[in-house]
Design a protein around this ligand. Sequence first.
Ligand code: BGC
Length: 279
Amino acid sequence: MGSSQDAPRAVVPEHLLKGQKALVTGANSGIGKATAIALGKAGADVVVNYVTGREDAEAVVEEITSHGVRALAHEADVSDEGQVAAMMEHTVQEFGTLDILVANAGLQRDAPFTEMTLAQWQKVLDVNLTGQFLCAREAAKVFLRRGVVPEVSRAAGKIICMSSVHQIIPWSGHVNYAASKGGVQMMMETLAQELAPKKIRVNAIAPGAIKTPINRDAWQTPEAEKDLLRLIPYDRVGDPDDIAHAAVALASDLMDYVVGATLYVDGGMTLFPGFATGG
Ligand code: BGC
């Protein structure tokens, strides 16, 4: 009970994103890595952004290219305006254009509130929120310049913001992270409203507990995992492919009428599991 990691996985449709160009930030590990690979499996060429861990990023590139599409690794700090602009320029230079941005890069710097330093607060806001702002802005410029190419997609571009269940679930000891994700929600919805008339679809995915390095302590031991499962009605901790598959679907024309939505991919974590009994 609790884990179905060995269960058969869904298969990514190979041609769903054929001919599209994608950029995934923070794609050298965790959710970003799985998403970059899944986009490649679906036929997209993929830029694998990373800030540290060049070898991991190169390994992701290798795995993506084994599916017969192009991929390249690009080092950039998403919170640095110049580096983001240079990354977009490189992407357009290499792939000609961009169709899909997955603004995924994110981190945690946890501390009880009165012990949280300004540096911890700032770092998380810089990467998780400002980083998405900068990447979305540069991507939107490319989408607007090019417009819709009907053979490629019904939309002029797709932006997927990686949020979290903590865009609505308050989280003690993580005020910087929860505030950044609350910000991502309103940024995403505002961008969706502003850009929809230009045929740019902006949406978010809000993952719950997914087995990645960011939350290893929460699932690594059987005791920790058991504790975590109390918060997950579906009774398994998610894995990165759960999010990657949602991202592929959301980026595709199967979801062309989905605009400004947050897709919660959380095994029911946002369903107030504490109320399953009592209340
Ligand atoms: C956090 C994880 C956490 C999960 C559920 C994610 O956004 O990054 O550390 O396990 O939310 O609480």
